[in-house]
Design a protein around this ligand. Structure first.
Ligand SMILES: Cc1cc2nc3c(=O)[nH]c(=O)nc-3n(C[C@H](O)[C@H](O)[C@H](O)COP(=O)(O)O)c2cc1C
Length: 214
């Protein structure tokens, strides 16, 4: 038996907080698909460094190029404006232990704030693009803006595609499967709704446990 969910949000779906379904599609919590969490780093217009905690993304390419496809970046963020203006950005992967500090950069978010200082992160400069990177990140990815597209056309989010120009990997993570486990990538499991009762659930933060090799 399948529980079917269509374009209309089922009446039994209760929001976790009043504006939840003004911000997110009910399909997000119907599916609860996990995505990797990372920080996008850019310069603000006034030269202060910006950090943006981000999830909705995937990474792929072909023999000729590799892309970071950030499927849903809110257009109201500093990050969206910064990327549009400068045409580049960096992506920083940090372990679970950095979660609270990344959230701090959301709390401290005015234009005047140095968000690296707010999160207690060390600023370094990207090698190939004009953007800051987080020194503590175990994987830093430098991108130029390839394309930005408002998929829904509602002016709320945009898919921002970055062409990867350079990567830097911390030596301690460079061998074997050190990029996974508690010290490696962290993922967001986005508020999986109870599809039977419609009750909300909290989002969960996960790490990768390897089950099998291919
Ligand atoms: C766990 C988590 C995941 C998030 N994922 C996204 C995301 O995928 N897209 C997005 O636009 N905002 C996301 N946010 C919200 C942004 O981090 C937040 O709007 C931030 O303040 C934007 O920063 P900026 O204005 O400095 O660019 C997420 C927040 C959290 C806590």
């Amino acid at each position: 038996m399948k529980i079917e969910v269509g374009l209309e949000r089922p009446e039994r779906f209760r929001p976790a907080y009043p504006e939840e379904f003004e911000l997110f599609s009910h399909f997000e919590v119907t599916a609860g698909i996990p995505t990797v969490l990372f920080a996008i780093t850019t310069w603000k217009e006034n030269g202060k460094p910006n950090v943006c905690f981000h999830a909705w993304s995937c990474f792929h390419g072909d023999r000729t190029a590799f892309f970071a496809v950030m499927g849903g970046l809110y257009q109201h963020t500093h990050t969206y404006a910064n990327i549009q203006r400068d045409g580049c950005f960096c992506i920083n992967f940090l372990p679970l232990s950095a979660y609270d500090r990344l959230v701090e950069t959301i709390r401290c978010n005015d234009p005047e704030t140095d968000e690296f200082a707010a999160g207690g992160f060390t600023l370094a400069r990207a090698k190939t693009v004009c953007a800051p990177v987080i020194e503590e990140a175990f994987l830093q990815v430098e991108c130029t803006l390839e394309e930005a597209k408002d998929l829904s056309g509602a002016g709320i989010t945009a898919m921002v595609v970055g062409r990867v120009r350079h990567m830097a990997v911390e030596a301690a993570y460079a061998q074997g499967y050190a990029r996974y486990g508690r010290e490696g990538f962290m993922l967001l499991a986005p508020a999986p709704q109870d599809l039977v009762t419609g009750a909300p659930n909290a989002s969960a933060i996960a790490t990768v446990r390897i089950e099998k090799y291919d």
